[in-house]
Write a protein that binds this ligand. Structure first.
Ligand SMILES: [Zn+2]
Length: 605
């Protein structure tokens, strides 16, 4: 139910899509997919139902990348299927190729028959030895930002929403799951049917196929994972149902029926991907103590910010991620307490500052200009953490009760729509900053279009971290040995802050002392090991070399591996070590991770 106002959504121009959205809009996609592991291909047909927006619309332009198209047909109620006239444009390195289909006057659907490339940017194919079980292959999609076009010809813009259906054929015994209705009890007979009744942007269409077990996490939540991880996943994610309840109390009903998680093999390039009804997640958050489940809160939060109210273009990405980080912290606070939310907030600001020091100033604005660039370049902590700081500032200005009311209204008003930064700004001024006095107390324009963090911004702080800093000072000052520091009861967050606060330069004996006291090298927590390895690379500490190599070979999550390569690349010795490890690791990495590491190391095949 809309709260107030006549704020309506303006049509935004998306520089990352060829689609002629002002003439034709696809409303439904019907997929027929055969999953060919040997060939690393999908053999497929996509039938697109569309509406004409412009009166004289006579072509439909779709986004594609590296698709081998074998037939294009148009369909009309009178004439059935007919071969259609079409043209495939020259490929652009970022955008791929436009597929321009001539539409007969009475046509309401088109069908494209095609095969994907073995190197499709949105697909990863894993050999059995790259999975936990080691016996069956695995494949998964990652469509955000503009990779859906590498496995489906469609209008690949977040400004257009579709419902979809799919038939998927797989080898016997494997399970296919999608960002749609999944049946955990269906037979594993190699033939699957999916329906997604809620309209979603193309970047949320997702598929995974592998040896997958399922465990329920309450009535409307559950987790899929390889058999070797299913029990660990079930216990790590046991608070998922409670998270859904907390989020609903804050922001209104969960609108996607079920919320399931899929734990992917360790090469998944991201922490998580908020595919509706089925969050894709990295196994590196299975820490054994629920200390990294903020990621689940984050992906769940996207069920409101991002999936329900969607950025209309990739330059509005902060609307997805800034809101989601803010909501993630609210869920964490409600479930695990203020102290933990504060610690996660401070760590978030530390990550933001790391990015701010390295980015061009023009890339430190929320409403970033991505013309002529890959939208993945806009996926920095600016969208996430600076966006969340802005919302935090608004909350402080009007108070939590009022701000929660505003957000509930916002999600209702724009539900199942894609909006721009300007749409948000208009809604904000009409429904929250309604008086001149309130408007003048928060510099909205500076937050949205200014560089870095506005002066006087309210920043999170953590009392627990103050105690950690005291312990660091004792040790650095030589007042105490590592073994005599007061670390009892420290959680993952205190450890991460402790490691981040250590001096840049440490001696071999200091590092050995830390490792002996705290067993950092053998920690099973992927985030703590990451921080520790960064420190040991920086100080050329040899005893962790084996652990570093194993880590980079086992894990493909970009956030965890890229900084390690970056740190190694800063010295000549480190660089040659990095090249040696990367030569072995690269075939197991997702293209998204490999592209980033390639750029750091100047790698070319
Ligand atoms: Zn997110």
């Amino acid at each position: 139910m809309p709260e107030t106002g006549d704020v309506t959504v303006e049509r935004a121009r998306d520089v990352h899509s060829y689609a002629n959205l002002d003439e034709v809009r696809v409303t439904h996609v019907e997929l027929d997919l055969t999953v060919l592991f040997e060939e690393r291909q999908l053999r497929a047909a996509a039938m697109l139902s569309f509406e004409r927006v412009g009166d004289d619309a006579d072509v439909l332009v779709l986004d594609t990348r590296d698709l081998h198209i074998t037939a294009v047909e148009s369909w009309s109620a009178l004439g059935g299927f007919d071969p259609a006239t079409y043209a495939i444009g020259m490929p652009d390195p970022v955008l791929g190729s436009p597929l321009t289909i001539t539409l007969p006057p009475d046509a309401t659907r088109v069908r494209v028959t095609y095969e994907t490339s073995p190197d499709a940017s949105g697909l990863q194919w894993l050999l059995p030895e790259q999975t936990g079980g080691g016996e069956h292959p695995f494949m998964f999609t990652q469509s955000q930002a503009i990779h859906a076009r590498s496995w489906i010809p469609l209008q690949d813009s977040p400004g257009v929403r579709v419902t979809y259906g799919a038939r998927v054929k797989t080898p016997d015994g494997l399970r296919a799951v999608m960002s749609a209705g999944n049946d955990p009890n269906g037979p594993l007979d190699g033939s699957y049917r999916f329906d997604m009744p809620q309209p979603i942007p193309s970047y949320l269409i997702a598929l995974a196929v592998g040896e997958l077990d399922f465990r329920a996490l309450g009535d409307r939540a559950g987790v899929y994972a390889e058999p070797s991880l299913i029990l660990a996943a079930e216990s790590e994610f046991e608070d998922t149902a409670a998270m859904i309840e907390v989020a609903e109390q804050l922001y209104g009903p969960y609108r996607w029926d079920r919320y399931d998680l899929l734990v992917l093999p360790p090469s998944f390039p991201f922490g998580g991907m908020e595919n509706p009804r089925l969050t894709f997640a990295t196994p590196t958050i299975l820490a054994g103590d629920k200390s990294l489940v903020a990621l689940v809160a984050h992906e769940l939060a996207h069920s409101w910010s991002g999936n329900l109210v969607t950025n209309a273009t990739w330059r509005d990405f902060w609307l997805n991620e800034g809101f989601t980080v803010y909501i993630e912290r609210r869920i964490v606070e409600a479930l695990y307490g203020r102290a933990r939310a504060d610690m996660e907030g401070v760590l978030g600001v530390e990550a933001l500052n790391f990015d701010l020091e390295r980015l061009d100033s023009s890339d430190t604005v929320l409403h970033i200009n991505l013309d002529g660039r890959d939208p993945d370049e806009g996926m920095t902590q600016v969208a996430y953490e600076k966006g969340a700081l802005f919302l935090r500032q608004l909350e402080e200005l009007v108070g939590r009760t009022e701000f929660d009311r505003f957000l509930r209204g916002y999600f209702n008003h724009f539900s199942f729509q894609s909006i721009t930064t300007a749409d948000f700004e208009a809604y904000l001024r009409e429904n929250l900053l309604v008086t001149d006095a309130s408007s003048s107390r928060v510099a909205v324009d500076e937050w949205l279009r200014g560089f870095g963090i506005p002066e006087g911004a309210s920043m999170p702080s953590s009392d627990a971290f103050t105690l950690v800093e005291e312990q660091v000072a004792y040790w650095v000052g030589g007042d105490r040995t590592a073994a005599s520091l007061e670390v009892a009861g420290w959680t993952t967050f205190e450890w991460l802050h402790f490691l981040a606060q250590l001096p840049q330069s440490l001696s071999t004996s200091q590092l050995a002392e830390l490792d002996q006291a705290f067993e950092l090298t053998s920690s099973g927590n992927a985030e703590i090991v990451h921080q520790w390895l960064l420190i040991t690379i920086r100080n050329a500490y040899l005893p962790t070399r084996d652990r570093l190599e194993r880590y980079l070979l086992d894990i493909g999550r970009r956030k965890l591996v890229l900084p390690l390569y970056q740190a190694m690349a800063e010295t000549a010795d480190g660089r040659s070590l990095a090249m040696n490890i990367y030569r072995q690791a690269r075939p197991g990495y997702h293209p998204i991770t490999a592209n980033s590491v390639d750029a750091v190391l100047g790698w070319s095949e």
